[in-house]
Design a protein around this ligand. Sequence first.
Ligand code: HPA
Length: 237
Amino acid sequence: MTTNTPHINPNGVEIAPTVLLPGDPLRAKFIAETYLDNVKQFNEVRNMFGFTGEFNGTPVSVMGSGMGMPSIGIYSSELIKFYDVKKVIRVGSCGAMQKHVNLYDVIIGVSASHDSNFMSQYNLPGTWAPTASWKLTAAAIAEAEKQGANYHVGNILSSDIFYNEDDTVNDRWASMGVLGVEMESAALYAIAARHGVDALGIFTASDNLITGERTTAAERQTAFTSMMEIALPLAAI
Ligand code: HPA
């Protein structure tokens, strides 16, 4: 195994074949402490904490991705190219873009539209469609069903812009049936596809950009639990 890369220095701690990627490194710490056994920290470079542990006996790592496609692009590329990671699963929040998506609902992002220049590096003669792994998507749907979660499966938007000058964009993406907006998954899906590994984004709706509803921090915790209970078993498939 590679000893270190520019942004990850595991100091001899193994990184599991499955890595969960919340945006916030302190969220990664919380996930490791709450859900995993035998936890060891494998990264602290730039405070982008990463941990490896076990979930029901299966090795799982969890690491912050940072916000945006450039940041998740760096971490997921190093994990896949240099640490042999085979499944990258983003767990995060998103802004819902449909009236029928309620706050706290889970969204499984089977495909990710985007407004980014990230894909230009692949120099394709058309527009490539960032798509999640079907194996992970099908397994996530099965878990969501098993748990009776309120969930939606569909297209999400990965945007480079959180504070958009153009306040009409949300309605236009929504008119195409986009379920919610976040800032990372299209890049994650592209990098995974390029390297033949599995990627998926699972989200909880933290706010609704169409109705203006917002969650409180305490309420978000419950929704977070549902998303994690769908994501964690995917390590074992
Ligand atoms: N935009 C981008 N990412 C998000 C949002 C949003 O409105 N809400 C939660 N994550």
